[in-house]
Design a protein around this ligand. Structure first.
Ligand SMILES: Nc1ncnc2c1ncn2[C@@H]1O[C@H](COP(=O)(O)OP(=O)(O)OP(=O)(O)O)[C@@H](O)[C@H]1O
Ligand SMILES: O=P(O)(O)OC[C@H]1O[C@](O)(CO)[C@@H](O)[C@@H]1O
Ligand SMILES: [Mg+2]
Length: 363
């Protein structure tokens, strides 16, 4: 089938670099192939709305301003799973048929879905059920998709977390304190690990490596013996309490309340103060990691992913995700990227690097 009109949507948590993808898709699809590009608003929510919420992208998108902007000009959602759509009374209904109908109403020949593991799983199931042609682009600050070395947004999140450690170090040293920084990442410790190395953390706590307070206290005591008056501890949000409980925050009320990780930093800070007598302070970095100006790497990767995704459609290759591998863009079956969270390898290069630097994982 000759392609004339494609759709694009962003889904899941936003991150820096999404707009560079949208720009690249428009530039290549319109500029090279002459296709119309329809931007769908707020992920699957835009396809559920009636009338469907979408607009044809135009030359304004092609400007370089887009490269500099965080967030997504299309809007996004990480709630309202159409296969299990949450009702006010707490029950779930299947609204996938309505989303597929929304896609049909737009008269699209193919869809570019930009998302993380959860979103790509949902979009792929919709594509199979609705018989539409899908190409995926990986994005998530968590970097937990399989089959790609990098997802859009990760580099900027690591930069933000590193910069937070850069800001915490002088005040930690001035006040002789132990500073605890809690970062995002869902069930993966990638942000904590990379930022911890880049930002000179003394202790990195990630969900993939079990810690004990005894081991952290020993590290702090060793630092003191060596003449250090401060310490930096970075902790990934999914790290559990010492006895294995996860700590979450609830947002909103009633049956539609949402739960995310959040709070482990305060637990670690309080326990360390109690046990070691150190003066601790806790910073929870939160959504600052998602926004902000995209780092060059996210802009370059977003541009490369966008162009390659359009080429895949032109070649008639669907149900595939673009991926970064050994300095180049490749494409892989979407299913390879979503079959399990790509968490930190406890025996991998970066963990070895950190250990080589004398950083403690509290184990
Ligand atoms: N309409 C929806 N679109 C996408 N995800 C949804 C939707 N409704 C609910 N979800 C759920 O929200 C969560 C989104 O978080 P998830 O981490 O998986 O998103 P993502 O697309 O992988 O991106 P990110 O990890 O950056 O948030 C998933 O568990 C997913 O199943
Ligand atoms: O934006 P929300 O709903 O608070 O979700 C936060 C979650 O999304 C992410 O930022 C991206 O998946 C996670 O790191 C974090 O746990
Ligand atoms: Mg995800």
């Amino acid at each position: 089938m000759a392609i004339k009109r494609i759709g694009i949507l962003t889904s899941g948590g936003d991150c820096a670099g999404l707009n560079s993808i949208i720009r690249a898709v428009y530039a290549h699809a319109k500029g090279h192939f002459g296709w119309e590009v329809i931007g769908i608003h707020n992920g699957t929510a835009g396809l559920l709305a009636r009338p469907v919420e979408a607009t044809a992208l135009d030359e304004r998108v092609a400007g370089s301003d887009m490269l500099r902007q965080g967030g997504t000009i299309l809007g996004t959602t990480n709630k309202g799973d159409p296969f299990a759509f949450l009702q006010e009374d707490g029950s779930h209904i299947d609204r996938s048929g309505e989303v597929i109908e929304g896609f049909r109403l737009l008269g699209l020949d193919a869809l570019i879905g930009i998302g993380g593991d959860g979103s790509l799983d949902i979009l792929r199931r919709l594509a199979i059920q609705g018989g539409f042609q899908l190409v995926a682009i990986p994005k998530t600050i968590d970097n937990d998709l399989g089959a790609t070395e990098l997802s859009i947004g990760f580099e900027t999140a690591v930069q933000t977390a590193t910069s937070a450690l850069d800001h915490l170090q002088p005040t930690a040293a001035s006040h002789s304190r132990v500073m605890v920084l809690e970062v995002m990442g869902r069930d993966a410790g990638h942000i904590a690990l990379s930022a911890g190395i880049a930002g000179g953390a003394d202790v990195i706590l990630i969900p993939e490596i079990r810690y004990s307070f005894a081991a952290i206290e020993k590290k702090l005591a060793d630092l003191r013996k060596g003449g250090r008056n401060f310490a930096l501890v970075i902790v990934a949000e999914a790290v559990r309490t010492e006895n294995g409980q996860s700590i979450t925050s609830v947002h909103g009320g009633g049956a539609t309340a949402m739960q995310t990780y959040g709070g482990i930093g305060h637990y670690i800070g309080t326990e360390l103060a109690k046990r070691s007598g150190a003066e601790t302070r806790v910073t929870v970095l939160g959504h600052v990691q998602r926004g902000g100006t995209p780092e060059p790497k996210d802009r370059v990767l977003g541009s490369a992913f966008g162009v390659h995704a359009v080429d895949l459609i032109a070649e008639g290759k669907f149900d595939r995700m673009v991926a970064w591998n050994s300095r180049r863009v490749i494409d892989v079956p979407i299913v390879d990227a979503i079959k399990g969270a790509a968490t930190v390898d406890p025996h991998g290069t970066l963990v070895k690097t950190a250990r080589g630097l004398g950083i403690s994982f509290g184990d």
